[in-house]
Design a protein around this ligand. Structure first.
Ligand SMILES: [Zn+2]
Length: 55
């Protein structure tokens, strides 16, 4: 399954057994992507975990 990186537009290959919520890394820009749908295959930029424990 192939889809497009929403950040750089590169083609991203999803594993055949990819599941919703899976994380992968764009081979082009290195952005962490989250699988939001497998049929059709759609990924979005994964939420960044910010180290903001100050509060
Ligand atoms: Zn990318």
């Amino acid at each position: 399954m192939k889809t497009e990186c929403p950040v750089c537009g590169a083609e991203v290959e999803l594993a055949a057994d990819a599941v919703q919520g899976e994380l992968l890394e764009c081979p082009e820009c290195g952005t962490e992507l989250e699988v939001i749908s497998v049929n059709p295959p759609v990924v979005q930029e994964a939420p960044q975990e910010e180290e903001d424990w100050g509060q």
